[in-house]
Design a binder for this molecule. Structure first.
Ligand SMILES: Nc1ncnc2c1ncn2[C@@H]1O[C@H](COP(=O)(O)OP(=O)(O)OP(=O)(O)O)[C@@H](O)[C@H]1O
Ligand SMILES: [Mg+2]
Length: 495
């Protein structure tokens, strides 16, 4: 049987000041397929799906769906055609319940009075369908990232979705939660729903997709049947050249102990003790919610310490605020880039050099030449796709925003650097550069704490790994004992 095309994009073009985000892109999607969309940060993936959702106007091109041609798709038309999008950034209302979010703007709200009872019942039905246990009355702000993701999916499903577009849905999820999401995707696919799946994790693409399309610099490159291609080929199609994936070798062994944590206890973490040496990369593993981010916040003075001590270079230090932390040479790259990491309305350059302007100033005058040099250096090395240093951060693609936050923490060259999920949402090529930059810092004697849910990366980069489970230290793993299974065992408390 010939596959049926449900969505056809013809010559889509979208121009932003200084960049052609979509350059004459033509691409078809079939009924009941999982179609992965790949490309480097800034390749145009999110722009493409925003156009399909009617969220942005196109300069040129036609979107064919449901037997109709749309030159200017509106959000309303897109919805009516059964197209639902789960965006890179969540689109839920934090102060409303899960159920209210699912049915937001639905017939329940058409009447003067909302039938909350029916709404809750329907929400429960959808959650049951996916075998998840979420109370429909819970406020969205109190849900975990994974639960929010499921509410997003539930919202789409409740709308009788025909084409479900997911923009990096797995980024906030842990291994087991990703598996659950894959189950849900499989169920939808069985019902004939088309799924367009954007991800920077190639393993996922091979796990769930039937076909995979690659974009580069706003252009469509090619479509492959997933089982007929491989990781190496996809990477070179994305990057436009061969790329060696390796973890860089380290030049210097770790030195003296720099950071010491003794019986640290906060709101959620209990009695954690460990130490890190100068020039060491300490990996921190654990499932989502195990207390890794909490630990980072405690070390950075951003969460209240109840008990315990932090020692830096043999000195007992008080960590009452991030200011204390910075004073003691501790820097943090937060996991929550959107809220805590960027001044969205300000330019790329400003964002990168903000924390180091003080250092670059003499008698109150900033050495703009050095500042510019540093900014350019990072833009080039981790390949930040921006038209200029003045481009406002808010107009960068998701991954490029993350690169800016990362550049900012790297440029600060803190003695002790805490990276919370440094490569999340970042494309394969830039990941390699980030690994190199981190190793250079370690070789220069900086201490690096690296929190990552990407087990392969954690094992590849760390000198030693500590594992958290339910807020306590479940174990410490030396390099010669590194194995995914062992670490996962510790993390899930089954060891
Ligand atoms: N509102 C805007 N104003 C100016 N430029 C924009 C705007 N939105 C997107 N762009 C630019 O369009 C290009 C494509 O961005 P897009 O978000 O589609 O990339 P992406 O493939 O989704 O990348 P990522 O993997 O990082 O999410 C980027 O260069 C981006 O800076
Ligand atoms: Mg994107």
């Amino acid at each position: 049987m010939e596959p049926k095309t449900v969505l056809s994009l013809k010559n889509l073009t979208k121009r932003y000041p200084g960049v052609l985000a979509l350059d004459n892109v033509s691409l078809d999607f079939q009924e009941g397929e999982v179609h992965a969309l790949l490309g480097e940060n800034g390749a145009g993936k999110s722009t493409l799906i925003k156009a399909v959702a009617g969220a942005i106007p196109l300069d040129n091109g036609i979107i064919q769906v449901g037997g109709q041609d749309y030159q200017h798709m509106t959000p309303h038309q897109s919805r009516n055609m059964g197209i639902e999008v789960i965006y890179q950034e969540f689109n839920l209302v934090p102060t409303m319940s899960a159920a209210e979010n699912i049915f937001l703007g639905d017939k329940f709200n058409d009447k003067a009075l909302v039938d909350y009872k029916l709404m809750k019942k329907k929400a429960k039905e959808i959650f049951a369908l996916f075998k998840v246990d979420i109370n429909p009355n819970t406020f969205v702000r109190d849900l975990s990232p994974a639960q929010k993701q499921i509410v997003e999916i539930a919202k789409a499903v409740s709308k009788n979705v025909k084409i479900l577009i997911m923009d990096e849905p797995s980024a906030p999820l842990s291994v087991s939660e990703v598996e659950r999401m894959f189950d849900i995707i499989a169920q939808l696919k069985d019902k004939g729903v088309t799924i367009i799946y954007i991800s920077h994790r190639l393993e996922e693409v091979f796990r769930i997709s039937d076909r995979v399309s690659v974009m580069r610099d706003g252009q469509y490159v090619t479509t492959k049947i997933t089982k007929d291609t491989n990781r190496k080929e996809l990477i070179s199609l994305m990057v436009g050249r061969e790329l060696k994936e390796t973890y860089p070798a380290r030049a210097n062994p770790p030195g003296d102990i720099s950071l010491e944590v003794k019986n640290l206890t906060g709101n959620g973490d209990y009695d954690i003790s460990f130490s890190v040496r100068k020039g060491e990369i300490l990996g921190i593993s654990g499932l989502v919610g195990a207390g890794r981010t909490e630990l980072a916040m405690l070390l950075f003075g951003a969460a209240a310490i109840e008990r315990g001590e932090i020692w830096v270079d043999g000195k007992h230090v008080k960590m009452r605020s991030p200011r204390d932390a910075i004073q003691h040479g501790i820097g943090l790259l937060t996991e929550d880039r959107k809220n805590k990491g960027l001044f969205l309305e300000l330019g790329v350059g400003w964002n990168i050099s903000f924390p180091i302007v003080r250092r670059l100033s003499k008698y109150g005058v900033v050495d703009t030449k050095t500042e510019k040099k540093i900014n350019e250096q990072y833009k080039e090395r981790i390949n930040i796709k921006a038209t200029s240093m003045e481009q406002r951060a808010v107009t960068l693609s998701g991954g490029n925003q993350q690169k800016v936050v990362l550049a900012k923490s790297l440029a600060a060259e803190s003695d002790i650097l805490i990276f919370d999920e440094p490569t999340r949402g970042i494309d394969v090529g830039a990941k390699q550069e980030i690994y190199h930059l981190m190793c250079e810092l370690a070789d220069n004697g900086n201490v690096i704490l690296m929190i990552s849910s990407d087990m392969e990366e954690l094992i590849g980069m760390s000198d030693r790994i500590i594992v958290l489970c339910e807020g306590t230290l479940a174990g410490e793993v030396m390099k010669d004992q590194f194995s995914q299974d062992y670490i996962l065992d510790l993390a899930s408390g089954t060891h």
